[in-house]
Design a protein around this ligand. Structure first.
Ligand code: ANZ
Ligand code: ZN
Length: 859
């Protein structure tokens, strides 16, 4: 078979597209809104490792989609850029002394070249990089809009701190108590921070999820992260002393948050967070020492260590009491780190009978437990007049009927909550309240390689924003990148940069030295692509109106709560400012599945690096460890350097070409599922392209197609169209394979049939598509040809295979026109060689004909 010369074809067409600017996105006002598409990939962080085979998976999918849409007459915006601020480049600078900009520019050049080698149809004139001055100018500008709206504030609060990266981290960047970047256990540290008030948008971030075409799993993750909780706030008065007979109060009040106001009669003690402002004030002289040392210990732990990871409850009695407002009983006030200062009001009423955490705590410290809810079974057995006075044997958090709650007994949980809140309202000591788990976003980093925060600290004017005309505030050169660890960024050491004059009074002032987190640039990059060179605005109104929102966004699932939540927040702020015209940035989202790899496992479950494994001699698909001869099981694992199973896209392109790589990644399986790389599979796909190439060298006629070929073509157009439309690229490719297999059987075929097929192939294997198109005598690109159409009537099957049996055994078969007459089928069957042989010259006794299917001859 003629070898398909991808090595020459692919660079040739990449050059063509680049010089002709084939994929320049133009805002053609004649295109109606529903004929415009903004198709976006999650832009990569240009790491030193280069492109991974996971990158081109999503990029190929969007590229096929864009190429298909162009052929359907859409105006398409398909851009690419680089998320280029961030820790790895800075950590590398610390190790080697190479400036992060140098490293970053080199990595971007490598990434760009690798991406271009795939022939994706990006409009490269719109390329952006978040570390460019022209880009971060607008990141800073948007930050100033947030600041001016009161959505950015300075605060000195304990935040997550990575002792290795020596920087503060957002909650979203801490995974199971560890730094998302380097894996080090995080601690708590009190430092001055810039914080963004994302909580102000919690309700809208939650509500607007409903209108989005996103995977349900991602929506659920955002919902849980936002964590809306509906309950009540209730006031408890602090008692003047612990004497049960003395009802006098101290004047202090504790506000608690509960989702179970129905359980108030079961509140047997209270717990304040160690950071609660009343702790110092109400603690008795006798308990003061114990309280203080407990507070000190708690400050060192992260929220996760204090809650999810804590097996044993700890706490200290303050020596003070509060009065339960429903029954006037005095209950002790404790402090414990399982109550977080950052949630609700930082104080709780503890109901050990119905809350697991309170139960554990009460058991640990011997506090009373009173049942106030009976389960349905218990209620059915005992009824309203039953005895519920015994201490319960276990905690029962489920809903039920209220008991031991005079005035509320017998009410179902939800009804009791409503009535209790109404009663508290009448008394003026409680009301409905809503809480969110979402915390404000810790936005500053004590690092160098990020956007400087454009604010100035002036001794007389306070915190002052830079004037917009003074943006961008450029990141200065530094001598040393080493983070200081003091809570200040390396910028703080550059006096000539830090010392400045106040934009308001002109007096001596100092610059803010914190920088922005990596998420800042990616919060809004999809807007800059619309109008990347605009010096006056982040994007013109015309460009925004023309393209927004993003119609399809494809990327990895790991961004469910970070980037995808942050950018929705910024977008909503810009919407409120009248600067963007849609409430949401990304209308439709698809997460590509992970490309995994095969790995080899010993009996003891340890993995063996791929280069220490071989196929057992003479046995396909069985594997052994070369050194020991141990049989190994082939399993699926993440690609990793240590397992030596990382596939480098450069090697694949060198050996098989970009079109093979693209096609293989789409053929591996549905876009959203994770799937293992198999070189065998890649070879199979590249053979298909070779077959296509070979077909193109066959004789082609100007005749009309035969009925058979016409049917096959129309069926193929129908299947490839509908599968492409639904992004089921793998099955579209299968159909193209069926088509070429059938066509290979023909001596020759009409040129017109071939031209239609080439159009179907072009979005998938664009280099080959262009080359074949040119060989058909066309001078211009295939990219804007119209997508083939099909005729439903011509797709219909018009022949069938009829099986011939003699005495019930299959002996032959033949092709017949659909719905042929019974007599005709009988005649053909009796003449076919299999039948003649097995009838052994005997006359048929009986012939049974099932139309379109079968003829049975009984002799
Ligand atoms: C009494 C009670 C009885 C509670 C009961 C629960 C069950 P969600 O749903 O997550 O919002 N809580 C309130 N503030 C807290 C804080 N700062 N730190 C730790 N826990 C806190 O949970 C709300 C419930 O968590 C509240 O309702 C409170 O305990 C506790 F049978 O109050 B509950
Ligand atoms: Zn000033």
């Amino acid at each position: 078979m003629a070898k398909y010369p991808f090595e020459t074809i692919e660079p040739k067409w990449q050059q063509f597209w680049e010089t002709k600017k084939t994929f320049k996105a133009v805002e053609d006002p004649a295109k109606p809104k529903d004929k415009r598409a903004y198709v976006l990939d999650m832009f990569p962080y240009p790491s030193a490792a280069g492109l991974h085979v996971g990158h081109p998976e999503g990029y190929t999918a969007t590229d096929i989609w864009c190429r298909y849409l162009r052929m359907k007459g859409f105006s398409v915006l398909h851009p690419m850029g680089f998320d280029s601020f961030g820790l790895p480049a800075e950590n590398y600078a610390i190790k080697t002394g190479t400036h992060p900009r140098t490293t970053t520019v080199a990595n971007i050049d490598k990434f760009r070249q690798q991406i271009k080698a795939f022939g994706f149809s990006y409009d490269w004139d719109r390329e952006i990089s978040t570390c460019d001055d022209d880009y971060y100018h607008w990141t800073q500008w948007i930050f100033l809009q947030l600041f001016k709206r009161g959505l950015a504030y300075e605060s000195e609060t304990p935040i997550n701190w990575c002792p290795s990266c020596k920087t503060g981290l957002a909650n979203e960047e801490v995974k199971e108590g560890r730094c998302d970047r380097c894996g080090t256990q995080t601690t708590r540290k009190n430092i001055r921070q810039w914080i963004l008030r994302i909580t102000q948008y919690a309700e809208r971030l939650l509500e607007d999820l409903d209108g989005l075409e996103w995977p349900e799993s991602v929506k659920a993750m955002q919902k849980n992260w936002i964590g809306k909780s509906e309950g009540a706030e209730v006031v408890f008065k602090v008692a003047a002393n612990g004497d049960p007979a003395d009802a006098s109060v101290s004047g202090d009040e504790i506000l608690i948050y509960t989702t179970r106001a129905d359980t108030l009669f079961g509140a047997t003690y209270m717990v304040l967070s160690p950071e609660h402002p009343l702790v110092g004030k109400i603690s008795s002289a006798a308990q003061k020492g114990a309280v203080e040392s407990y507070v000190e210990e708690a400050a060192k732990k992260s929220d996760l260590e204090r809650t999810d990871l804590a097996k044993d409850k700890t706490g200290v009695f303050t020596g003070a009491y509060a009065i339960n407002p429903v029954n006037g009983k005095k209950i002790p006030i404790w402090i414990s780190d399982y109550v977080l200062i950052s949630y609700g009001t930082g104080a709780i009423m503890a109901v050990p009978a119905h809350d697991e955490r309170d139960w554990d705590f009460a058991k640990q410290f011997g506090l009373p437990i009173i049942q106030v809810v009976a389960g349905e079974a218990e209620w059915a057995a005992k009824g309203a007049d039953g005895d519920y006075s015994a201490e319960p044997a276990e905690c029962t958090p489920a809903d039920g009927k209220s008991v031991n709650s005079p005035g509320f007994n017998g009410l179902g949980t939800q009804e009791c909550i409503d009535r209790m809140i109404a009663w508290l309202g009448e008394k003026g000591i409680g009301k409905k309240a809503v809480n969110f788990k979402l915390r404000d976003w810790v936005f500053s980093r004590q690092r160098y390689w990020g956007e400087p925060i454009p604010l100035v600290h002036c001794p007389s004017c306070g915190i002052v924003p830079l004037k917009e005309e003074d943006l961008p505030l450029r990141l200065p050169q530094v001598e040393t990148y080493q983070p200081t660890g003091t809570g200040e960024s390396p910028l703080a050491g550059i006096d000539e940069w830090v010392n400045c004059s106040c934009p308001v009074c002109g007096g001596k002032a100092k610059r803010e030295t914190n920088t922005m987190p990596q998420w800042a640039g990616s919060c809004w990059y999809y807007l800059r692509y619309l109008d990347p060179k605009n010096p006056k605005a982040f994007a013109s109104k015309e460009a925004l109106d023309y393209w927004m929102p993003v119609d399809l966004y494809v990327g990895g699932a790991e961004h469910a709560v970070l980037h995808l939540l942050y950018s929705r927040f910024w977008h909503k702020v810009l919407f409120d400012l009248g600067l963007v015209n849609t409430k949401e940035p990304f209308q439709r989202l698809i997460n590509q599945g992970m490309i995994t790899s095969f790995a080899f496992q010993r009996k003891n479950k340890t993995l063996v690096p791929t280069d220490e494994v071989r196929e057992v001699p003479g046995k396909a698909d069985e594997f052994e460890e070369i050194a020991t001869g141990e049989r190994l099981e082939r399993v699926i694992a993440k690609m990793s350097k240590s397992l030596k199973n990382v596939i480098n896209p450069d090697d694949v392109i060198r050996d098989f070409g970009a079109d093979s790589c693209r096609l293989y990644e789409m053929f591996m399986g549905p876009l959203e599922v994770s799937k293992p790389w198999s070189t065998q599979g890649l070879i199979g796909v590249s053979r298909f392209l070779e077959r296509v190439w070979a077909l193109s060298e066959k004789p082609m006629t100007d005749d009309a197609a035969s009925a058979e070929v016409t049917k096959l073509l129309h069926q193929t157009i129908r299947k490839v169209s509908s599968d492409t439309e639904t992004l089921n690229f793998n099955t579209a490719i299968s159909q193209m394979m069926i088509f070429t297999n059938e066509l290979s059987k023909c001596e020759s075929f009409p040129k017109s049939v071939w031209a239609e097929f080439v159009k179907l192939l072009a979005p998938y294997a664009p280099h080959l598509g262009e080359e074949l198109w040119q060989r058909l005598g066309n001078a211009d690109t295939i990219a804007y040809e119209s997508w083939p159409t099909y005729d439903e009537a011509l797709c219909a099957e018009n022949s069938c295979t009829v099986v011939v049996q003699v005495n019930g055994k299959i002996r032959d078969k033949f092709e017949a026109a659909m719905d042929s007459a019974k007599s005709e089928l009988e005649k053909t069957a009796l003449e076919c060689p299999g039948a003649v042989r097995f009838m052994e010259g005997k006359p048929p006794k009986k012939v049974i004909v099932v139309p379109n299917k079968l003829v049975n001859i009984v002799v």
